[in-house]
Write a protein that binds this ligand. Sequence first.
Ligand SMILES: Cc1ncc(COP(=O)(O)O)c(C=O)c1O
Length: 620
Amino acid sequence: MSRIQTIKLITDGAAAPSRIYLSPPHMSGAEEQLVADVFASNVIAPLGPHVEAFEHEFAKAVGAPHAVAVSSGTAALHLALRLVGVGPGDEVLVSTLTFVASVNPILYLGATPVFVDSERLSWNMDPTLLAEVLEARALAGKVPKAVVVVHLYGQSADLASIGDVCRRFGVALVEDAAEALGATCHGRSPGTIGQAGIYSFNGNKIITTGGGGMLVAEDPGLIAHARKLAAQARESVAYYEHLEIGYNYRLSNVLAAVGRGQLRVLEARVAARRRNFAFYLESLGDLPGIQFMPEASWGRHSRWLTCLTIEPREFGVDREALRVALEAENIEARPVWKPMHLQPVFARYQHVGGTVAEDLFARGLCLPSGSSLSTGDLDRIVRVVRHAHRQVGRARRVSGLPSLKVEKRVFDVVLSALGLALLWPLFLAIALLIKLEDGSPIFFRQVRVGYRGHRFSIWKFRTMIPDSAAHGTSLTVGEDPRVTRLGRWLRRLKLDELPQLINVLLGEMSLVGPRPELPCYVARYSARERRVLDLLPGITSVGSLRYRNESEVLAQADDPERAFVEAIMPEKIQLNLAYSDEATLWTDFLLIIRTLRAVCLPSALGGGETGSLGAAARGA
Ligand SMILES: Cc1ncc(COP(=O)(O)O)c(C=O)c1O
């Protein structure tokens, strides 16, 4: 086997693997000759003629005046941010819907990220939201140092609007075009419009060197400085002289040779990926509840990845169930990026908006999109997707909706109507007290995941300060300072949950059933745990009764979010699933009585779970 073959890259004409990958490398055949030239010349070490040629050819391909090849897209972004002046204490606005590499370099430089939500036209940074944040920052007297706009999945963000906004506020625009080589925006390549742009040649990208990146800019000084920093910032004297801190970020001559071979087929790769998309659209576009990522009017989507969203109520199963069905057939599909503002590691940073990105994450799936996919592969993928939809349709026709029994519905409607009729004076009193306390909204509404993945807005009395989501995570832990004085009292007596009688009347919830979770937590359910979505969510359940002091338990954990996701949530789901196997109207009635006793006489049932769960939470 030759040395080139040891680089595990799939070549044209190679036998298709039985596993279908999301986006595997796809060599043109020319790379082998180019790499052979490297070996023949023995210029293996970093730098060499292929690096220089790759930079020139790349710059020409994207229409950038200058380019420098580096070891990864992340390295390119690190250099770009440093060279537009980002440093400790600066703020940098960045798209929240992205891969973590768009954000890490901000932290490497000691700056603070602020996450900005997406718009629905392109799934990329919302320019209106960006303008609002910059306006507010300008009024407060401190404008962020830079904006990192990400061009996702092969589609450019709205660069005309984003560029205008950045110019208006004098903020540097850095483009993360790692995923968008081959796309266009008003005829230009995304990555070439801001002060600096970066690309990635990671193994799954539209062209690859196995690992590598490119930084482009109009300013030759910026590129010259990047070139120096990427080579340990060595001064150009014969001996080793250093005036500033640099990095070992240059691309090797061997990989640059691979890159040159890849660049020659870039247009063909875009065409192949767009053909994949057209095939999926043609073969799946008629299915209810499926929506493909749109192509925005301002340019060409390279369709690096074909992405879609699934509305479970219409399609029959949700995104995760479909992903699992594909995986069972040895087909790799991936959820859309989990937004950065939901990442535990970035929990303390501010985010602006976020619901669009959260929704795309909860419902979005990336289908296999490699440029080497065969028609047979595509047929296989389409068959699995259509089968997942058909099976659910059949199950519904045969058995109806098994967990929605008529008696339970009557029980729910009668008791919740009775509850509302008896408790309206209490409702009124609480509403008045909330208004008197801070004059802000009485109710708090939040999107939760219900029966079969259907989303709905849960009703609660507001117990936290307005806009609490901007000041912390979605979990309430211990003496959370966001909870108002009245809110503490309402929470202790669980009175904040009373408005959910409205959800029960609307048929979105039951009196007894697993608590409906936030989309970001449901996205983490295992295939087994997803069975809980076959139950109508409820106001009370064995799980919530057992862990009614959850926020105090979480307060003991080193990492509350992790403790919740890894220890508490799975245990509650197991309890609720076990309960549902045996549940009758009588056991539901007894559970409601136990819940009322626990609320009115907390000592009657003990203080809730603190022992084993507390230990689990601390250990998680
Ligand atoms: C949006 C985005 N930014 C940055 C990167 C980082 O590129 P690299 O893996 O080459 O460091 C990637 C992909 O890997 C990416 O998808």
